[in-house]
Design a protein around this ligand. Structure first.
Ligand code: PMP
Length: 372
């Protein structure tokens, strides 16, 4: 897809930087076992479904009115959740919510990036960072990683000093590699970014709840240019809800008000998210199961002779393949959809239910690896 071949929009006067590009497109194929988009495999429990129905029913009566524009109740509950689980006390004033963390990231780039400005990410990483940069007219800088996919702190600080980006993305745990970043690395990159900028540092912790390590949230204390981004799509098993949020100093929350659309978060979304937050403990129970399944996938893949990147997320990067796309296709032919992120030699599998993971492990047994 994409490239210089004809696109349906070529005849339209679209912005130059969009010409020849292709949209984000993880395949949505109808396959028995879908382990390609890091979704939570567990449907919401019945008690929560009932609670959502109740809260949405209440909200429905008032749909003639615009929603709470500032989503105060929801931000209060999100702050309570972070305070309880992420090792640092935050208030509603520290928290902002939007339709998925993608929208949070877009609002951050609309506020702190934009035409004439740049953002940096350390690649391979979450491809939407570069795409949202492009969509907001922000220049994109691809920063380096080590061979083992960790961030090379000295190299990263050197690029920041040289290129002086306005926004620095640090994804921890990183997608698609699963690699976590330690607090020391964030602090070093933050300091480099302040010396060069001052610029904003965004820690994308979409998979934070799955990590073996504590959240990086406490680092926002005393660092007014540090933002933590989170989502209910993964740990809360609510990708369909579209609810992401950030935690930062209150000035950051105030600043994104300049770009957010009024009433961006519907009453239905707010009601549903509040219902899900009431069931946090049940949902975190699923997270615990997924973490142990993730660890099992790592162990079993290594037992089968694959190279596996250390994972702190709900997915695992494995390889190495001489032709990863051919391997992806072979696994698909066996009824299991994994992800080819375009990292040469590697594929990514999301942790599913134990039965789905068994199906995946059966599908990869006997697959041809590079060093076979
Ligand atoms: N950040 C990372 C690192 C992700 O992998 C994803 C989803 N794949 C997101 C953000 C966005 O998720 P959402 O918009 O569903 O919150």
């Amino acid at each position: 897809a994409g490239g210089p071949t004809a696109n349906p929009w070529d005849a339209l006067p679209i912005r130059d930087e969009l010409r020849g590009q292709s949209p984000y497109g993880a395949p949505q194929l109808d396959v028995p076992v879908r382990l390609n988009t890091n979704e939570n495999p567990y449907p919401l429990p019945d008690a929560l479904v009932d609670r959502i129905a109740e809260r949405v029913r209440e909200a429905a009566r008032d749909l003639n009115r615009y929603p709470d524009r500032d989503a105060v109740e929801l931000r209060t509950e999100l702050a309570r959740y972070l305070t309880r689980t992420a090792g640092h006390r935050v208030e509603a004033a520290n928290v902002w919510a939007a339709n998925g963390s993608n929208e949070v990231l877009q609002q951050l780039l609309q506020t702190f990036g934009g035409p004439g400005r740049t953002a940096i990410g350390f690649e391979p990483s979450y491809s939407m960072h570069a795409l949202i940069a492009r969509g907001t007219g922000t220049g994109w800088i691809s920063g380096p990683r080590n061979e083992d996919f960790t961030i090379d702190v000295d190299a990263a600080c050197a690029v920041i000093a040289e290129r002086r980006p306005d926004v620095v993305f640090i994804t921890s745990p990183n997608n698609p590699t699963g690699t976590a970043v330690d607090a020391g690395t964030v602090v070093a990159l933050y300091e480099a970014a302040q010396a060069a900028g001052p610029s904003m540092v965004v820690v994308d912790e979409a998979y934070g709840e799955f990590s073996h390590h504590p959240s990086l949230l406490p680092l926002i204390e005393g660092r007014p240019h540090l933002v933590l981004s989170r989502t209910m799509s993964k740990a809360f098993g609510a990708a369909g809800l579209r609810l992401g949020y950030l935690a930062a100093g209150p000035a950051v929350v105030d600043a994104v008000q300049l770009v957010r659309l009024p009433y961006h978060l519907s009453s239905v979304t707010q009601a549903t998210a509040l219902a899900a937050l009431e069931h946090t403990d049940t949902l975190l129970g699923y997270v615990a199961q997924l973490k142990s399944e993730r660890d099992r996938i790592v162990t079993e893949l290594r037992g089968l002779g694959f190279d596996v990147t250390e994972s702190d997320a709900n997915f695992v990067q494995f390889g190495r393949f001489a032709d990863s796309h051919a391997a992806w296709r072979q696994i698909l032919d066996r009824g299991v959809l994994v992800r080819d992120n375009g990292v040469p030699g590697w594929l990514r599998v999301s942790a599913g239910t134990p039965a789905e993971n068994d199906a995946f492990l059966d599908a990869v047994r006997g697959l041809k690896k590079e060093h076979d």
